[in-house]
Design a protein around this ligand. Sequence first.
Ligand SMILES: Cc1ncc(COP(=O)(O)O)c(C=O)c1O
Length: 305
Amino acid sequence: MTRTATTVWLDGTLLDDDRMQLHALTHALHYGSSVFEGIRVYPTPRGPAVFRLREHVDRLIAGAATYGMELAWDADALIEAIVATVRSSGREAAYVRPLAFFGGETVRLNPGRECPVHVMIAVLPFEGLIPGSTEAPRFRATLSPFMKTPSRALPSTVKAGGHYTNSIRALAEAQARGFDETILRNERGEIAEGSGENVFIVQGGELITNDVDADILLGITRASVLAIAREAGITTRIRPITTADLAGSDEAFFTGTAAEVVPIVQIDEREMGDEGPLTRRLRTTYTEIVRGSRPAPGPWLTQVS
Ligand SMILES: Cc1ncc(COP(=O)(O)O)c(C=O)c1O
């Protein structure tokens, strides 16, 4: 049974409800010194399963190390804790938000020894990108006037709380102009990524996406889609994507844990038409794999029960 809307585990203990007390000087609240993950739980024929749990936990741990956060749990212990929290939520489909952060109690920038490192796991309902809709989403996107923070300033491979002020601003600006999503460019003017997704294009039957040197988060969905494409014999290219490439592409789509594979049907003034054939094929395959109705290219699903 679902106990509350959000099930929360904090520092090794399941809380009775989704309220937790934090020190007013919690470092992460003031300075964004947190790292987090977004993970999906899917209903499968064998019960609920977590998608690519180990990869998410590894990314969390690597991000925490970047900020000098010493976690009291190693990867195996975090995996176990996440599975137990999902099981306790009673949910078949869920979004899991692990968060490691510096707590109180100093206003000094260096959290030092004064700020304990906390780890939280929240399990919340996930009813699709557009709640209530059974249709696969399609995004109208715009090129953002905001630059993607260069990795020389904030490493794009780290999913840190403070890094997301860049995405928050860019998404708000795009949505204020009536678009669904934004595409940020890096300091060289090349395509970087969406506010919370990676970008793929299709040109002449080839699947193209950029790499870490474009200042992107190395998305786990991105890696999954590339693996699916390679297994299907589709030619994949990892290289910078220019605005001209995007403008001249036959198809374009976003990938991300929440979004899965979402066709881009418009970029600013340019109507791309409906979902292209390669996007549809990859989206359908991905959707079937995450829901356990098609074998995955690797051990991607962790059964919860
Ligand atoms: C900025 C950004 N890029 C890309 C992604 C896609 O990453 P993943 O596929 O691991 O969810 C996300 C979502 O986590 C993101 O926030």
